[in-house]
Design a protein around this ligand. Structure first.
Ligand SMILES: [Zn+2]
Length: 224
């Protein structure tokens, strides 16, 4: 996307707050947009306004995509992909290149947004890269922001949610609450310092871990 498309407008930030059901903070760019223009991916600077280093750059915000990806996670796709990474050298090499692209993109975003380099998270990407799959939302967010051909497992996850979401169609109608005030009212003042708090992310991770463990337990029962 060009600079104008990447730059979040107050309307974008309000939409993201509605999509997430909580105030959007530290969103510095829009990583990907729906064909209708609504945000799909919020781009967060590698250092938050409060100074905390932040490795997860591309965050999926569109509820239709996030729930479709959650279905894949619940079906055990991450375990399956991680196993394939251990067996398929070509896939592993492509996934490592995706990890490197992620780091490069994050550096560029740090430069563009005036955050500069963040040595605390040098070499650390997200989602389990470069050798495991720990969060499919991260990989799909990366694929949507980078375009096809960069993150093989993010691309694959997008193909596998095609019955629920595809990039050439708008799925926004009714996907989030448009009535009443958005979860945040002070969108104009903190445009550069809004995002997801570490506590919010940890809560989400715990939720996913629980879902994954439940999925794995179910899988084991199925095999027994
Ligand atoms: Zn749309």
């Amino acid at each position: 996307m060009d600079t104008a498309q990447r730059t979040p407008t107050p309307a974008d930030l309000e939409t993201i707050s509605r999509q997430l059901g909580r105030p959007a903070r530290d969103v510095v760019e829009i990583g990907a947009r729906c064909v209708c223009g609504n945000p799909l991916v919020a781009t967060t600077a590698p250092r938050l306004g409060n100074g905390i280093p932040f490795p997860t750059t591309f965050y999926l915000t569109h509820p239709v995509i996030t729930s479709a990806v959650s279905r894949l996670e619940a079906a055990g796709v991450m375990t399956e992909m991680t196993a394939r990474l251990e067996q398929d050298g070509q896939l592993a090499a492509a996934y490592r290149r995706a990890h490197e692209d992620y780091l490069r993109s994050r550096d560029e975003i740090g430069q563009r947004t005036g955050v500069g380099s963040v040595p605390e998270i040098a070499g650390v990407s997200a989602g389990g890269m470069p050798s495991r799959v720990k969060c499919l939302h991260v990989l799909v967010g990366h694929s949507l922001a980078a375009g096809p051909g960069v993150n093989p497992l993010g691309d694959e996850a997008l193909e596998r949610i095609a019955e629920w979401w595809t990039k050439d169609r708008c799925y926004c109608a009714g996907a989030w609450d448009e009535t009443g005030p958005a979860p945040s009212r002070d969108l104009s003042r903190h445009t550069k310092t809004q995002g997801l708090s570490e506590a919010e992310l940890e809560a989400k991770r715990a939720e996913r871990r629980a879902a994954r463990e439940a999925g794995e337990a179910a899988e084991e029962e199925g095999q027994a």
